[in-house]
Design a binder for this molecule. Structure first.
Ligand SMILES: *Cc1c(COP(=O)(O)O)cnc(C)c1O
Length: 498
């Protein structure tokens, strides 16, 4: 299996090259040249498997230059039982009728990013050994909150790696900020920037492709890579849980193997839903992929009209991990669904960076609409959804998950399509305690600090507090840097001692 670039089809690299490098040198994203197919029998054979076995079954198809021993080492290390608060790793919970919630937040940082970022450091170090000959890999991360922490936790003290994380100073929740600024590890740095997530992501992308910086790094025997979902090594682990959830639903008798399901994903950078798209291409019986956005609804507009336009107000919402106006992974979807037209993708991405908008052909948006539906949730409807789900079913969800639940309810209302559905739950409610408490108490929140909010939420709802959250209380802040978005390159020099 080889990988090519969304912007230049003449490129051909192995999985380990794609993972070690992160992004293609001309700025395109690595995509598989062909997508493996799982028959109904193959899916049937995965039903009795553990999560780890299912992960190996899927990954083996994509990471063909990894030996079985290497894959065993990576997957067993990443999903070791002691790192996850659920023995199923990613359990699917039935709420009522055909509504199921896939809980992706049982990992060490309580957000779905762990599903990929526990595995990525293993994939990356094995890949670097194969392709980069002993170089130190420098992971540069722009984060809207959850990626940063999950990457720090995944890469901390991993030999031959360093990790630098940039986050928007006012764009993450207090708990997310504390999780990052208290990070342990000898190879980690964290810096806030004056700007939003898109500013951070753009600066990181340009640092990646800056020739002068690259040269300086080479002198020190270092190379950059990315832990953002532009890295193929982030996406491929996410395909696994869609198969796993499907198998669990068959096992629980909620569907029969072969039955179609819908999948609803609270979306930001379009990585998670793209993984569901890959699963569908691989033969997982998925009817519709429903893309749920918050007030930053650039994707809803795109999927409804074919015009992507980031020239719009940016809102800071209670679901900060989805406060994004440039969804990087959409580029991969455009590549696949346009019939692998790299020149078309290059043109569209060129327009996005020069004018901030582009329109795809009628044919292309028509094709995309056959697979994707989309909607967005207002801030007040997110609160109402959290409260309703808790009051009616005793199920406590976070703000991001609530966006998806709300969009799903609207989807069913407008289409009548209520086949069995998996809704991704992407964070523990305790990661966003004050927003969740606000919703559950109908806005009547007492004045409390972040940790008292956690306790209060626990007292009112009885939902278990994940230990990575409760243990934060005793940790001290290690990183308090703030820099301007234009000074990020300089900061990288300083932090790496270049
Ligand atoms: C990252 C994140 C999302 C968005 O996922 P994408 O893959 O970027 O679309 C949604 N919810 C939470 C809690 C996240 O951390």
């Amino acid at each position: 299996m080889f990988y090519t670039s969304t912007r230049d089809k003449s490129i051909k690299v192995t999985a380990s090259q794609a993972i070690a490098q992160g992004i293609s040198s001309e700025g395109g994203l690595f995509v598989p040249c062909e997508i493996p197919f799982f028959s109904q029998d193959k899916i049937s054979s995965m039903i009795p498997m553990s999560y780890i076995q299912r992960a190996k079954t899927v990954l083996r198809e994509f990471l063909t230059d990894f030996s079985d021993e290497e894959l065993d080492y990576c997957v067993e290390g990443a999903y070791a039982a002691e790192k996850f608060s659920s023995s199923e790793i990613a359990p699917t919970v039935n709420i009522s009728g055909n509504k199921n919630i896939l809980e992706l937040w049982h990992g060490p940082t309580c957000a779905f990013k762990d599903m990929a970022l526990q595995l990525l450091p293993y994939l990356m170090t094995v890949s670097a050994k194969k392709t980069a000959g002993g170089k130190t890999i420098v992971i540069l991360v722009a984060t809207s909150g959850d990626t940063g922490k999950a990457a720090l936790e995944g890469f901390k003290d991993v030999d031959n790696t360093k990790i630098l994380v940039f986050y928007p100073v006012d764009g993450v929740s207090p708990m997310q900020k504390l999780q990052m600024t208290t990070q342990q590890g000898s190879n980690v740095s964290v810096c806030a920037i004056n700007g939003n997530f898109d500013d951070a992501q753009n600066a990181v992308k340009s640092i990646f492709t800056d020739e002068q910086i690259k040269k300086e790094l080479e002198k020190k025997n270092m190379m950059f890579s990315s832990a953002n979902s532009i890295n193929w090594g982030r996406l491929v682990p996410q395909i696994v849980y869609y198969f796993s959830s499907y198998c669990d639903m068959v096992k629980a008798g909620r569907i029969k193997n072969g039955d179609k399901i819908n999948v609803v994903v609270p979306t930001g950078n379009f990585g998670n839903i793209l993984a569901a798209y890959y699963a569908r291409c691989m033969g997982l019986p998925v009817k519709k992929l429903v893309c749920a956005s918050n007030a930053n609804n650039v994707l809803t507009d795109f999927l409804k009209t074919g015009t992507y336009d980031k020239n719009r107000a940016f809102y800071t919402t209670t679901s900060p991990s989805m406060d994004i106006l440039i969804s990087s992974n959409l580029e991969r979807l455009l590549y696949h669904m346009s019939g692998e037209k790299d020149t078309v993708v290059s043109q569209l991405m060129g327009k996005l960076s020069s004018e901030g908008r582009y329109t795809v052909s009628d044919d292309l948006i028509f094709e995309i609409q056959q697979l994707f539906d989309a909607g967005f949730a207002s801030e007040s409807s997110v609160d109402d959804t959290i409260k309703e789900l808790f009051d009616d079913y005793g199920y406590l969800c976070d703000t991001h998950t609530a966006v998806a639940v709300k969009v799903y309810d609207e989807y069913v209302k407008s289409t009548g399509d209520d086949i069995p559905t998996v809704i991704d739950s992407t964070a523990s409610p305790y990661k966003f305690s004050s927003s969740v408490l606000h919703a559950v108490l109908d806005g009547k929140v007492p004045e409390l600090d972040e940790f008292d909010m956690v306790d209060e939420l626990n007292r009112i709802t009885g939902a278990d507090i994940p230990s990575p959250i409760s243990s934060l209380r005793d940790k001290s802040v290690r990183f308090s840097n703030v820099c301007n978005k234009n000074d990020m390159a300089q900061m990288v020099f300083k932090l790496l001692d270049l």
